[in-house]
Every structure is written in structure tokens, then in C-alpha cells.
Design a protein around this ligand. Structure first.
Ligand code: HEM
Length: 316
């Protein structure tokens, strides 16, 4: 009780001094010395006053949900794929049969630069999220900078990554709905002909999450990294800078969770679920056996156009 009374009195006292202009609660000249840094301006008071808008939601999610959800996704997705690998196992295709160039050199280079960026971004993002349990301090600060470096690499590769695959990643109602219906044939130990073009619906989901989700992560990440920006649009949206930071943090966390889940899926598919997949992103070639079963519509097209000389028979 004593503490509460003391706190109220001190707050009232501080306000009286601010209102009387004796001692500014926030030294307004700081903004001059920091070149208009809104975060140290009197706007801070305003932000505290309407904390109930985004502030309360952000703190509630930050304290109770973000870490828990990231942990559940990280462990949950890995456990699900471990069970899949134990029960169904990997899809193995004949690699001693004719092969087709699926990933030309430029696509592979772009891909591995994107891969490097995520190898820097994802673990450091998780380190910042769980920094409290990892001792915080220098380790988390360095991770934050590596996270930013990874983001710069991703920004550089973003347009080429979009450009090289956007056409092949467009949705096809017929193939993609049938792919969803049979879950890409991944619950079947036997090889089944999966209706898919150059990319399956699963691969398309990852591409669009990496591109659209990646874009949102760049924008919200930049907002949190640079913190100090004055955008006229904000006031039109009745938002201020601290609100934008709160909204960016909430969005960055939830989109980050979706990207983490699909990134782990991408790693599982390309490193464990399909034997020879990694090889294809190194050499660029895929066996006609794999194309016939995992990308059947694309295989039929290549056969019709003569890129594949004869129809591959599995039992021959
Ligand atoms: C260490 C991380 C990564 C590894 C080991 C990896 C591996 C692979 C492999 C082996 C393939 C060929 C899949 C196939 O056709 O069978 C592939 C394809 C692809 N990768 Fe990655 N990749 C990584 C990171 C990334 C990142 C960060 C992105 C995007 C930002 C990305 C986007 C794609 C896309 C769009 C494809 C084509 C469709 C697909 O298979 O999903 N990859 N990757």
C-alpha cells in the first residue's frame, strides 16, 4: 500500500513539474540532439497514455505466448517429421536412369545464397527470442547483428529468387487440389504418380511463404532495427511510432513462426524425405524416375516435347 501511495505521489509530482514546465519529464532538447528521434520526444508520454491499444496486446503476447509458440513449432514440426521418417521413410528413386536439367546454374546460385541468408537469420532469430534463457548480453547482441547481416543477404537475393521461379510457382487448380487431396503421396510407402508440375503444391507453399512472408519480415524487421523513423502516414492511421514498433513486433513473431514451420519442412523434404533431392540442387539434374512419380504432369510435358526420349518403366 505504502509503495502504491508513494508511486502515485511521485507520478503526480513529476507531472506537476512537467505541466509547470519546471523540469521536463523528457528533456525535449534531447530530440534536437538526436535529430528528431521521436522515441525520446514527448511522444513517449502519449504512448504511455494509450498503452491499452497495442501496448497491452504486445506485452501479453510477448510475456505469455511468443516463446511458447516458437518452442511448440520448433519441437512439434521436428517430432512429426521424425515419426514420418520412421514409419514411411524416404522416397528413393533410381539415379542410374536418364536425368533432366531442372535447376540451371543461376537458379542454384540464387538458391544457395538464399539458403545462406536463412542459415544466418533463423538460428539468430531464435536466439533473440529465447535470449533470456541463453544468458542474454553479448551473445544476443551479436546474434542481432548477424540477423541483420542475414537479412541484407536475403534482400539482395529476394528479387532474383522471385524472378527465377515465380512462373513455375503459380497455382494450378487441377494439379494442386489433387496434390492436397493425396498429401503429395507422402503418406504412401509405394511410389504413386503425383499430379504436379515442375513444383508441387508443397514446394509452392514454401516459395510463397519465403517470398511474401519474407517481404513482411524485411519490413517489420527494418522497423524494429532502425526504430527511429517519422512516417506521415502513421498519423493518418492514428498510429504513432511506438504503435508501429509494437505492430511490427507482433507481425514479425507470427509470420516468423509460419516461416520457421515451413523452413523446417523444406529442410526435411530436401535433406531426408526425397533421396537425391539435395543432389538436384547441387548438380541441377533430377532422374526421370523421380519426375515421373513426384512431378507427373511436368514429366508428361517433357515427354510430349521430346526432352525425355522414352517413357520410363519402373520395373524394367
Ligand atoms: C540450408 C538451407 C536449405 C537447404 C539445404 C535447401 C535445399 C534445397 C533442395 C535440395 C532443393 C531441391 C528440392 C527438390 O526439387 O527436390 C531446394 C529447392 C528449393 N529451395 Fe531450398 N534449401 C535451403 C534453404 C532455402 C531457403 C532459405 C529458401 C528461400 C528463401 C529456399 C527456397 C527453395 C525453393 C523455392 C526451392 C524449389 C521448390 C522446393 O523444393 O521447395 N531454400 N532447396
Amino acid at each position: 500500500m505504502k509503495k502504491t501511495v508513494l508511486f502515485i505521489l511521485m507520478t503526480l509530482g513529476a507531472y506537476a513539474r512537467v505541466i509547470s514546465g519546471q523540469v521536463p519529464l523528457v528533456q525535449t532538447d534531447l530530440s534536437a540532439s538526436k535529430g528528431g528521434d521521436l522515441l525520446v520526444s514527448s511522444q513517449m508520454i502519449q504512448n504511455i497514455l494509450h498503452y491499452q491499444t497495442w501496448g497491452e496486446l504486445f506485452v501479453y503476447l510477448q510475456v505469455h505466448w511468443f516463446r511458447l509458440l516458437f518452442a511448440v513449432i520448433l519441437i512439434g514440426v521436428i517430432v512429426v517429421f521424425a515419426i514420418h521418417y520412421l514409419i514411411i521413410g524416404a522416397k528413393v528413386f533410381n539415379e542410374n536412369c536418364p536425368c533432366v536439367l531442372v535447376y540451371p546454374l543461376f537458379q542454384r546460385v540464387v538458391h544457395w545464397i538464399a539458403a545462406l541468408s536463412f542459415v544466418l537469420i533463423i538460428p539468430t532469430g531464435l536466439i533473440m527470442e529465447f535470449g533470456k534463457y541463453l544468458g542474454g548480453g553479448e551473445f544476443v547482441r551479436i546474434s542481432r547483428h548477424i540477423h541483420a547481416i542475414g537479412t541484407v543477404i536475403f534482400i539482395i537475393v529476394f528479387i532474383p529468387l522471385f524472378y527465377i521461379w515465380v512462373r513455375a510457382m503459380l497455382l494450378s487448380f487441377r494439379d494442386d487440389t489433387r496434390w492436397i487431396y493425396m498429401l503429395g503421396g507422402y503418406l504412401n510407402k509405394k511410389h504413386v504418380k503425383v499430379p504436379a508440375g515442375k513444383f508441387t503444391f508443397g514446394q509452392k507453399m514454401w516459395f510463397w511463404m519465403a517470398i511474401l512472408g519474407g517481404f513482411v519480415m524485411i519490413v517489420t524487421g527494418a522497423a524494429m532495427y532502425f526504430q527511429n523513423f517519422d512516417i506521415a502516414l502513421l498519423s493518418k492511421l492514428h498510429l504513432d511510432q511506438v504503435d508501429l514498433l509494437r505492430i511490427s513486433a507482433i507481425t514479425h513473431n507470427f509470420v516468423g513462426m509460419a516461416i520457421l514451420a515451413l523452413f523446417i519442412t523444406h529442410l526435411y523434404m530436401s535433406l531426408f524425405a526425397i533421396k537425391g533431392s539435395l543432389q538436384s540442387m547441387i548438380t541441377g539434374f533430377k532422374s526421370v524416375h523421380e519426375l515421373k512419380y513426384l512431378h507427373h504432369s511436368y514429366y508428361r510435358k517433357l515427354l510430349t516435347k521430346g526432352f525425355i526420349s522414352e517413357d520410363y518403366e519402373e520395373d524394367k
